[in-house]
Every structure is written in structure tokens, then in C-alpha cells.
Design a protein around this ligand. Structure first.
Ligand code: 1CP
Length: 385
């Protein structure tokens, strides 16, 4: 853990220092010398904004959660007849799918095409992604015995991920790749429920009724997420995002008591690299401070909370990412663009702003709406030098 739960952390810890970069291989995109055929990603608009230096970038960077996936015809073609988890574990295919939205939309980063259940799959847990439903486990994890029987993730099992990341950054050149992992609560919610759920009742019951089982499960999920993030950074990711998509079902008290230490452990596992760590949840307006204190460098904000209010809640000192309402992508330009303008305006309250949606791209989104949106944001925020 970086800091005891609840202790405020000093903002603006310098990132990407020489000492930290020395932990990365010399051919890592953050270290490659300028002038190499594929210049490095450290001075890209995305990395400048993620490290609080957005004022030095040519424009405000933008990427979309779930930018790869069903909204793209080229994705549907590439996935034809291939199961989701098989696609994730086929390095060349995962690399190709990751790069598709970068090519089409000119977004400022790729998000690694994988899934939050991949680390448990690679550890040997029997999990599948059921089309139209999501992750499903053959045996839910509900007791201390179940937790203690979980297999550990072997480092060598991550080689398939390393291969996919290496192939991806090769294709991306000077566009940074964002790696990710599911945060311990969100991953554990699927493990305890055995599949998607609305209110995540079983994991929330477990943390109170069987705190020991919960603690050990949280620690397992944190270790596994940390290993997954490390493998991605070591082989080429220039930033990472910890997705705690379902943390919004928790009270702040429960988050601090039962969850924060595990998320902190996942984030601490990659602290030495100095790459920006984005922490995102949905419905987590009340948890922003607690999630930041878990060790994030950048806070992802969902569409429910305006960015200027989020910034105020974090003392005006934290780089923010977000938070165009995904529902408005289908509302037509007369509705969408004024909304985007207000997001850009509110984002100016933060030290730097990375534009994103407030959650993932809906599969029914017309991809042209996204392409036009990226170009609008780039034009609207362009800095004349
Ligand atoms: O066949 C398909 O196309 C399956 C749909 C799909 C996709 C495209 C799933 C199943 N996962 C993914 C890719 C994925 N998942 C990515 C990479 C692509 C990108 O973002 O561009 C990432 C980062 C995730 C992470 C993920 N998986 C999260 C966190 C982000 C979020 O959306 O909140 C979560 C909660 C999952 C679980 C999951 N996997 C898939 C589905 C449909 C779900 C959600 C199920 C539920 O509602 O509980």
C-alpha cells in the first residue's frame, strides 16, 4: 500500500522521472529516443495531459472507454466465429482490434482489447463471457474454502498478454497504449455472484458476514490485477486504468473499510514505473476522494457528476478524465455538441483534462458520430503556437 487508508496524498508527485523510467526496458514507448522511426509516447498529448501538463499539448486528448468493440463493423468482422475470450488470448487479433478505433477515429490512445476476467481465466478459474450477458463463472466463490482454493496466477501465464501488448505498441507507434485491470471489488463482484448482477448483493453481504473470506478474496483479486498491470506496463503500456465499474454500489464507509486497501495494493504494484494510473468508477461521486486516496494519479469521472464539481471535491489538484454522457451519442448533433462544450468547459477546472465518455461506448453507437466527435474536440481545443 502507498498510504494508510484515508491519509491524503501529496498531489503532483512527479511522474515519468528518469529513475522511474529506468524500470522500463529501453525499447518501451515511453523511453524510445526521439528521432527513432517510432518516436516515443512521453510527449504525446495524452501523456502530457495525464501527467498534469495538458497546457503543453497541441490539443486536449480524447479516448473512449469501450472504443474497441461492437460499434465497429471491422470489429464484428474480425470477431466473426471467434469467442470473446479466445479473441483476447490471440495476440495478433487482440492487437488488431485494439488498433481499429485508433485508425478509424484518430483517438489519442488505444485501450488494450482484453477483459477484466482475463487474469482469472489465466490463473485457471473456469470463466467464460456469454454473448449478450457478460462474464459467467461455473463455480461462484462464496466461502472461505472457495477463496482458499483459488489458483494463483503464474507469471508465465501472462506471456500471451505480453505478446499481445508488444504487437499492439508496434502497430501504435507514437500513439500511447492504455493498459487496464478490473479493480478488486468489481472483479470479486463477478466471482461471488457468479455472473453480472444489478446490485452486487452477494459480495456486499460477504464483506460484512464473512470479513475474512472477503479480505482474502480482495487480496487475491488485488495481487492478480497488480500482476496483469505490471505485465502490460513492462511490455509497452504508457498508462493504465483501474476499472472499478461497480464500486458505486458501496457506501463510502464500506469502500474505505473493505475495498480501498485492495485497490491501493493493485495500484501500488505498478507505482515504481511512474506511469499515470487512472482510477475510474461509475456512480462514484461520493467515493471520489476515497478512490483518489487509494493511489490514483488521475480520476475518471462518470457522467453523473460535472467535472468542475468533481475537481472542487478533489481540491482542484487532480487531473480528471471524462465525462460525456454516452446516451447523448445517439441524441443528434444539436444535443450532443452543446453537451460536449459544457464538458470541455467544466474540465478546464482541473489541472489537465483527458476527454472521455462517462462510461463505455454503447454497442449501438454510429461510429461516424465518434469520428466526428474526436475531430470536433481536437479542433475546438487546438492551441495555436
Ligand atoms: O462479444 C463481445 O463483443 C463482448 C463484449 C465485450 C467487450 C468488447 C466484453 C464482455 N468485454 C469487452 C472488452 C473490454 N472489456 C475492454 C476493452 C475494449 C475497450 O474498452 O475498448 C475493457 C477495458 C473491458 C473491461 C470490462 N469488462 C469492464 C470494465 C469497463 C466497464 O465497461 O465498466 C467490465 C465491467 C467488464 C465485464 C464485462 N465483459 C463483457 C461484458 C458485456 C461485461 C459487462 C457485463 C455486466 O454488465 O456486468
Amino acid at each position: 500500500m502507498t498510504a494508510p487508508a484515508g491519509a491524503p496524498r501529496a498531489p503532483y508527485r512527479p511522474l515519468l522521472t528518469e529513475d522511474q523510467l529506468a524500470h522500463l526496458p529501453a525499447n518501451h514507448p515511453l523511453r524510445r529516443a526521439e528521432g527513432e522511426i517510432r518516436a516515443n509516447t512521453a510527449s504525446s498529448p495524452m501523456l502530457l495531459a495525464l501527467t498534469g501538463r495538458g497546457n503543453q499539448a497541441s490539443h486536449r486528448p480524447v479516448w473512449f472507454m469501450r472504443q474497441a468493440g461492437r460499434s465497429l463493423p471491422e470489429y464484428r468482422a474480425a470477431r466473426e466465429g471467434i469467442a470473446m475470450l479466445d479473441a483476447c488470448l490471440t495476440p495478433e487479433l487482440a492487437a488488431e482490434i485494439t488498433v481499429q478505433p485508433v485508425r478509424r477515429h484518430a483517438v489519442d490512445a488505444g485501450i488494450f482489447f482484453s477483459d477484466i476476467v482475463i487474469p482469472m481465466k489465466l490463473a485457471g478459474v473456469d470463466v467464460d463471457i456469454v454473448p449478450g450477458r457478460g462474464p459467467v463463472l461455473s463455480s461462484p466463490v462464496r466461502t472461505l474454502e472457495d477463496v482458499r482454493a483459488l489458483p494463483e496466477l503464474e507469471d508465465s501465464a501472462l506471456d500471451v498478454i505480453r505478446e499481445a501488448i508488444a504487437a499492439t505498441v508496434e502497430k501504435l507507434g507514437d500513439t500511447p497504449l492504455i493498459g487496464f485491470a478490473g479493480a478488486p471489488f468489481t472483479v470479486a463482484a463477478y466471482m461471488v455472484e457468479g455472473g453480472p448482477s444489478r446490485d452486487h448483493l452477494r459480495p456486499r453481504t460477504m464483506m460484512h458476514a464473512d470479513p475474512q473470506a472477503w479480505k482474502e478474496l480482495g487480496a487475491w483479486a488485488a495481487r492478480t490485477a497488480g500482476q496483469f498491470l505490471r505485465a502490460q506496463i513492462e511490455t509497452g503500456a504508457s498508462a493504465v486504468q483501474l476499472f472499478d465499474s461497480w464500486a458505486g454500489s458501496l457506501s463510502e464507509g464500506d469502500y474505505r473499510r473493505y475495498v480501498q486497501e485492495h485497490s491501493a495494493a493493485s495500484l501500488a504494484a505498478v507505482e515504481e514505473f511512474g506511469v499515470p494510473r487512472i482510477h475510474f468508477g461509475t456512480g462514484t461521486g461520493e467515493l471520489l476522494g476515497a478512490m483518489y486516496e487509494a493511489g490514483a494519479d488521475v480520476m475518471g469521472v462518470d457522467y453523473r457528476l460535472p467535472l468542475d464539481i468533481a475537481s472542487q471535491r478533489l481540491g482542484g489538484k487532480v487531473v480528471l478524465q471524462g465525462n460525456i454522457d454516452p446516451a447523448l451519442l445517439a441524441a443528434g448533433p444539436e444535443v450532443l455538441y452543446p453537451h460536449v462544450d459544457s464538458v470541455l468547459q467544466a474540465g478546464s477546472a482541473a489541472p489537465s483534462h483527458v476527454v472521455n465518455l462517462g462510461h463505455g461506448v454503447p454497442p449501438t453507437t454510429d461510429p461516424q458520430v465518434l469520428t466526428d466527435l474526436v475531430s470536433y474536440i481536437h479542433r475546438k481545443t487546438a492551441r495555436t503556437v
